[in-house]
Write a protein that binds this ligand. Structure first.
Ligand SMILES: Cc1ncc(COP(=O)(O)O)c(C=O)c1O
Length: 327
């Protein structure tokens, strides 16, 4: 196992405090494209931030890189540390990948309902996987992670649901990239929430540039908690994990768009067939919500949303098992 890189003495001048070296492959994370999609029957355009181009295939690579490089710079990760997180899958895969590249052990706690592809990817990167049964969504996993960390000091908890670095990453990177790619002109930003990091961080960056930007929260219609519904079963993995996350506290949300799981999946199929975009259900739900937002705003409004991950981690789910519409 690779050990933490140490500061190297500078033979010419005084000792400088050097940062731990970053493996070059991690520079592939971020700087994702922003692509306009024109929907002919609706005569509407939405702009999608293509996060599945990150090396492990999802938006969560950004978070994993930001949390782990920050912890290394602060000296919080020792060679014997084990990174511990509760994840529905994407954060687990990203932490496993970035952890492997940085030479750290990773352990992921995941509900036994998460897709089998996600489990395979996590262990493929050499991380340990601990599956738990739950009827309370993420809450069970978060409590379990805290208990394990209290009992063994080698565990380093990244706490994606409470860590302010989560939203900071999206403010400094995802949000600022969107601003640069649109020359600061965004009328509405639409996103689902799992931890709430994307919604909080991107909205902070966009509101700083345009206080009138509309922030729209996509929620599964079956678990529209921001709209006061009780959490329930849905098929949009990665979002609405059974509670409104603390990272959404104080975020000014202008509108909620509830999307049914069946419509999210139908839109994911449509994105594949009409645009060649192979994405998961939450991306379909985001685009559906973005289209509805574009339809109610004045013509020509610039609406931006996120394509969170690739479809290839959903082969065993409804996205592929259900009969797709005939061509
Ligand atoms: C597929 C997918 N969509 C959306 C999200 C939501 O992102 P956030 O946790 O920043 O709210 C996640 C989070 O894991 C995800 O995996």
């Amino acid at each position: 196992m690779q050990t933490l890189s140490r500061p190297v003495a500078n033979s010419i001048g005084p000792r400088r405090q050097s940062r731990p070296a970053m493996p070059p492959m991690l520079r592939l994370i971020g700087r994702t494209p922003l692509v306009p999609l024109y929907f002919r029957p609706e005569n509407l355009t939405v702009h999608v931030k293509v996060e599945f181009t990150n090396p492990s295939g999802s938006i969560k690579d950004r978070l994993a890189l930001h949390l782990l490089t920050n912890a290394r710079q602060k000296g919080l990760l020792r060679p014997d540390s084990v990174i511990l997180e509760c994840s529905s899958g994407n954060t687990g895969i990203s932490l496993a990948m970035v952890g492997a590249a940085l030479g750290h052990r990773v352990k992921i706690l995941m509900s036994d309902t998460a897709s089998v592809e996600r489990r395979h990817l996590i262990t493929h990167f050499g991380a340990e996987l601990h599956l738990f049964k739950t009827t309370r969504g993420y809450v069970t996993g978060i409590e379990l992670a805290e208990k394990m960390a209290a009992e063994d000091p080698r565990f380093f908890l990244t706490r994606q649901f409470a860590n302010p670095l989560n939203a900071q990453d999206h403010e400094l990177h995802t949000g600022r990239e969107i601003l640069a790619q649109t020359r600061g002109r965004v009328d509405a930003f639409v996103s689902g929430y799992g931890t709430g990091g994307t919604l909080q961080g991107v909205s902070l960056a966009l509101r700083a540039a345009n206080p009138d930007v509309q922030i729209v929260a996509m929620e599964p219609a079956e678990a529209a908690m921001l709209s006061g519904e009780a959490p329930c079963c849905h098929s949009i993995e990665g979002v609405a994990g059974g509670f409104v996350p603390p990272l959404l506290d104080g975020v000014k949300i202008d509108a909620h768009e509830p999307i049914r799981s069946a419509d999210a999946i139908a839109m994911a199929w449509r994105l594949a067939r009409e645009f060649g975009l192979c994405v998961g259900p939450s991306s379909g739900a985001n685009v559906m919500a973005a289209l509805r937002t574009a339809a109610r705003l004045p013509r020509g409004a610039k609406v931006v949303t996120i394509l969170c991950d690739r479809a290839d981690r959903y082969y065993s789910t409804r996205l592929f098992s259900q009969a797709s519409p005939s061509v």
